[in-house]
Write a protein that binds this ligand. Structure first.
Ligand code: EPS
Length: 373
């Protein structure tokens, strides 16, 4: 239904994204997108690149009178830090795409791999995600994220209600809802920085008021949890994804692993627990959707690891280029974007994809049927 492509290098002229499959009649502005672009650039431990300029997306096509027209929506994010004629780089960094890219495409200069492999590309994804979340917001679906772990320091407190997470997370530089843990995370980042090291962590993306019945159990590639996992795993440096209790559920007996079903006149079917993270059989249950991404520490180390020069084959240290110490809070914002893309796609699959008015009508009929079930 909905797909997107991005183009652009980290220090090329611009990043471009093209979204295809958006319905007509969705009202959209550049401000809707740019608030999220800024959120991606915040966070303690990011590189000076984030302060060089605020990323801004320009809507180049697909919009008339402030509304989508059903055609492809093109977005452009200009790079201020444009570089050409940089010296050749032949010292691949362990953990980055440098060597794998050089071997795959026959490059000697690993810049040809790293410029596209850089996490700079996530700026374009956040722009695309902002458009998708605008669509979801029309149906009251809210997507947010917070950081649950950095460098082995995990949160031990969180607001009781999901709804209360975003306000606290948005106020925190590390997008963390536990202030005590946040202080320890900051110390860990400070320590890593001094030692020329980097830190990874875990972010959690939550979507509220997702209607039940998105996705499908009938085929492997239509299962929503699988689609979400692929989307979140595709984010730079993410090495693990969990839905709901994820790996923990494998250690729990069945009597405590599932979410017992209840019914109330007002609420309809509901669960008191949400161990499944909002999907059963690859279909949304209507409970909050909860998905976590585990990000490895960034692979550019100021105290670099051992590597081999691609030309001389001599042992060398991996290249040192400007980079972040920790980018987990930003990865959470990118995670929101990817979850929004998958949910918007599943939404259009279920309720139609041509016009917002048609989608609204189908959505209302479905909600009525569920209420009368
Ligand atoms: C990034 C911009 C890049 C990197 C970072 C992500 O900017 P520069 O290379 O000019 O400092 O800081 O990419 C990585 C950490 C990576 O390993 O690819 C951004 O806009 O998010």
């Amino acid at each position: 239904m909905l797909r997107f492509l991005t183009a652009g290098e980290s220090h090329g002229r611009a990043l471009t994204a093209v979204i295809e499959g958006l319905p007509a009649g969705l009202s959209l502005s550049e401000d809707d997108i740019n608030t999220h672009m800024l959120r991606r650039q915040l966070g303690y431990g990011r590189s000076v690149r984030m302060k060089l300029e605020p990323d801004r997306a320009e809507i180049v096509s697909g919009l008339m009178g402030g509304e989508t027209i059903g055609g492809p929506l093109a977005l452009r994010i200009e790079n201020r830090d444009v570089r050409t004629g940089e010296p050749e780089l032949t010292r691949p960094r362990p953990g980055h795409a440098d060597l794998a890219g050089a071997m795959k495409y026959g490059f000697r200069d690993v810049r040809r791999a790293l410029e596209r492999a850089s996490a700079r590309e996530t700026a374009a994804r956040v722009a695309v995600g902002a458009v998708c979340r605008k669509l979801l917001a029309e149906f009251d679906v809210r997507v947010f994220s917070h950081v649950v772990e950095i460098g082995g320091v995990a949160i031990s407190l969180r607001p009781e209600r999901w709804e209360d997470i975003p306000a606290v997370a948005e106020e925190s530089e590390l997008r963390c809802v536990d202030h005590v843990a946040e202080a320890r995370m900051r110390e860990a980042i400070e320590r890593a920085k001094k030692e020329g090291d980097t830190l990874g962590g875990v972010f959690e993306v939550v979507a509220l008021r997702v209607p039940p019945g998105l996705g499908s159990y009938v085929h492997w590639d239509r299962k929503l949890d699988g689609r979400l996992a692929q989307a979140v795993m595709s984010i730079h440096a993410v090495k693990g994804v969990e839905v709901g209790q994820g790996f923990e559920i494998a250690r729990t007996p069945g009597s405590r692993a599932h979410d017992e079903i209840q019914y109330g006149r007002e609420r309809g079917f509901y669960r008191e627990t949400n161990r499944s993270g909002g999907t059963e059989g690859g279909v949304t249950t209507g409970e909050p959707l909860v998905i976590r991404g585990a990000m490895k520490p960034l692979s550019t180390l100021m105290s670099p690891l051992r590597s081999v020069d691609i030309t001389t084959k001599e042992p060398v240290k991996g290249a040192v280029v400007r980079s972040d110490v920790c980018a987990v809070p930003s990865a959470g914002v990118v995670g929101e974007a990817m979850v929004a893309v998958v949910l918007a796609d599943a939404f259009l699959e279920k309720f139609g994809s041509d016009s917002m008015a048609d989608i609204r009508a189908a959505y209302d009929v479905y909600r009525r049927r569920l209420r009368d079930m």
